[in-house]
Design a protein around this ligand. Structure first.
Ligand code: ZN
Ligand code: FE
Length: 271
């Protein structure tokens, strides 16, 4: 699946109607470029900065046509204004967060998703990390920003545990083979925490081996899949009742999923 015909600092994944190009940026961010097959659309997801996007556009020989943002944090929006100046591209972001998104042109929501020729995009509203966080689903690709990570989830800066739990449930309801294109490479440290919370999970043990090998080879652990996250992500594991009972028993807390999720989220903040 990983193609090497581009610069080594860019990984590319083919889907049926588009290719996703993954660009490492800043210290541990990923910027994605979605290249449609049936149109000229070249869409940047969460451009943390402009320079790596410009370089990738040059490699692809195409101008950037659109930007879609998942939330307002600077490490997801800092490239907006400069790229708009460079390419005159259109910027889409959540209507509720319009005042916090630099250069926004078109306000979107679950009811009014971005309309871009050649791509079928839907929006999932996933408050928790921020109050106005959204995710984009394009066929079998999920762009979830800082809501769901490899073996982790975003910190609760503006939302409640209950909101985040509901948001994660929306993402977990996507088909198991859905590729998870999240915005940070945090997987290995997240897995270290996951093992403490979920010590008797053989799929988790296997993932640690596989993802370590990827990092040693300087490859990203992302994308993962919804199926992989449901099996190994400690923030999705409370969807499994047996896990909840075991975890809650050990911690002496109620074994309902939200209580267990909340406890795990708090524990991670101090890990
Ligand atoms: Zn963020
Ligand atoms: Fe971020």
């Amino acid at each position: 699946m990983i193609e090497s015909r581009y610069a080594s600092c860019m990984w590319s994944y083919r889907h049926e109607h588009f290719t996703v190009h993954q660009l490492p940026a800043l210290r541990d961010n990923f910027i994605y470029l979605i290249e449609a097959y049936a149109s000229d659309a070249l869409v940047a997801v969460d451009p943390a900065e402009a320079v790596s996007v410009r370089r990738a556009c040059k490699l692809l020989g195409k101008p950037l046509t659109h930007i879609i943002n998942t939330h307002h944090h600077w490490d997801h929006t800092d490239g907006n204004t400069e790229l708009k100046k460079n390419f005159n591209c259109r910027i889409f972001a959540y209507q509720q967060d319009a005042s916090r998104i630099p250069g926004i042109d078109i306000k979107v929501s679950a009811a009014t998703p971005p309309v871009i020729d050649g791509l079928h995009i839907s929006v999932v509203e996933v408050p928790g990390h921020t109050s106005g966080h959204i995710a984009y689903v394009i066929d079998d690709a999920l762009f979830c920003g800082d809501t769901l990570f490899g073996a982790g989830c975003g910190r609760l800066f503006e939302g409640t545990p209950a909101q985040m739990w509901q948001s994660l449930n929306k993402l977990a309801a996507l088909p198991a083979q859905t590729k998870v294109y999240c915005a940070h490479e945090y997987t290995l440290p997240n897995l270290a925490f996951a093992r403490v919370v979920d010590p008797d999970n053989s799929e988790l043990d296997q993932r640690v081996v596989t993802d370590r090998q990827k990092r040693e080879a300087d490859e990203p652990t992302i994308p993962s899949t919804i199926g992989m996250e449901k099996a190994t992500n400690p923030f999705l594991r409370p969807m499994n009742q047996r896990f909840c009972e075991a975890y809650a028993g050990e911690r002496g807390i109620a074994h309902d999923a939200l209580t267990v999720f909340t406890d795990i989220r708090l524990k991670k903040d101090h890990f």
